[in-house]
Design a protein around this ligand. Structure first.
Ligand code: B12
Length: 220
């Protein structure tokens, strides 16, 4: 049952079938499939496949957009279920997050937001295409424990470094832990730009955020 529904969720993304993705996501929830697994192994895996085909010149941008829309339709149902399950937890920390300037990819960030909220974090989501200046202003104003920076493109990764440098210049770097995320991010990149950690998927984002809360504030 589980494998079949994961396969069908993937098919819905590959076939740009928004209604199907929504219906199958509901069936997954009703059938007791873990909503995180349905997101990652069903919808997101298929979307990455479409993205890889696009990268090889085997799919059009219109197909990429249609596949992303199908993923989002299913993800809405699954995110709601993930949030419902985590609803009663008390806040373990405050986390500010956004996708860096020049980058409008939101799907992965939104999954991370949902999972962090379900794990008990108070999450403030600044959305996509967030200017460096805004990240700095919001860190000063809201004093989050952790700042999460999402970047999906090799070209926009540089903005993650820019935000960290700007925090340092503003004298705020020691007050906040910084975690990076997005497909091109690696441990080496974290090291190079002076971040505290990265999360390669939503599950590890939660683990890393909880670990950083346990460690207290950064002193970089
Ligand atoms: C969907 C998609 C789009 C959608 C985005 C819709 C939306 N609302 O987000 C649309 C169609 C709009 C789009 C547009 C573009 N895209 Co695009 N897109 C993708 C695609 C296929 C999937 C991304 C995705 O949603 N994955 C699914 C989610 C669940 O995974 P994820 O994003 O990796 O997120 C997970 C982790 O990274 C992590 N994570 C993410 N954020 C964070 C943050 C923190 C703090 C932490 C801890 C963890 C974390 O957890 C998430 C959950 O597991 C990727 C291909 C790929 N393989 O990634 C290309 C891809 C990223 N896009 C690409 C490109 C080139 C573009 C365009 C420039 C195309 C164009 N010619 O116009 C534009 C750019 C627009 C812009 N300025 O940003 C390239 C980037 C290449 C590069 N230079 O690196 C890719 C790699 C495709 C390719 N192979 O060429 N895209």
């Amino acid at each position: 049952m589980k494998d079949k529904i994961l396969e069908e969720l993937g098919e819905a993304v590959r076939n740009f079938d928004e209604e199907g993705a929504r219906r199958l996501a509901r069936e997954a929830v009703e059938g007791g499939v873990d909503p995180v697994e349905a997101l990652e192994e069903g919808l997101a895996k298929a979307l990455r496949e479409v993205g890889d085909r696009f990268g090889r010149g085997e799919a059009f941008i219109t197909e990429l957009i249609a596949a992303a829309q199908a993923m989002e339709a299913g993800a809405e149902v699954l995110n709601r279920e993930i949030a419902r399950r985590g609803a009663s937890r008390k806040a373990v920390g405050r986390l500010l997050i956004g996708t860096v300037e020049g980058d409008i990819h939101s799907i992965g960030k939104n999954i991370v937001v949902t999972m962090l909220r379900a794990a008990g974090f108070e999450v403030i989501d600044l959305g996509v295409d967030v200017p460096t200046r805004v990240f700095v202003e919001k860190v000063r104003e809201l004093k989050p424990d952790i700042l999460g920076l999402s970047a999906l493109m090799t070209t926009t990764m540089a903005k993650q470094r820019e935000v960290i440098d700007a925090l340092r210049e503003a004298g705020l770097r020691a007050d906040v832990k910084v975690i990076l995320g997005g497909a091109p991010v690696t441990e080496e990149w974290v090291e190079e730009v002076g971040a505290d950690a990265c999360g390669l998927d939503a599950g590890s984002a939660v683990k890393v955020a909880l670990r950083l809360m346990g460690e207290g504030r950064a002193d970089a």
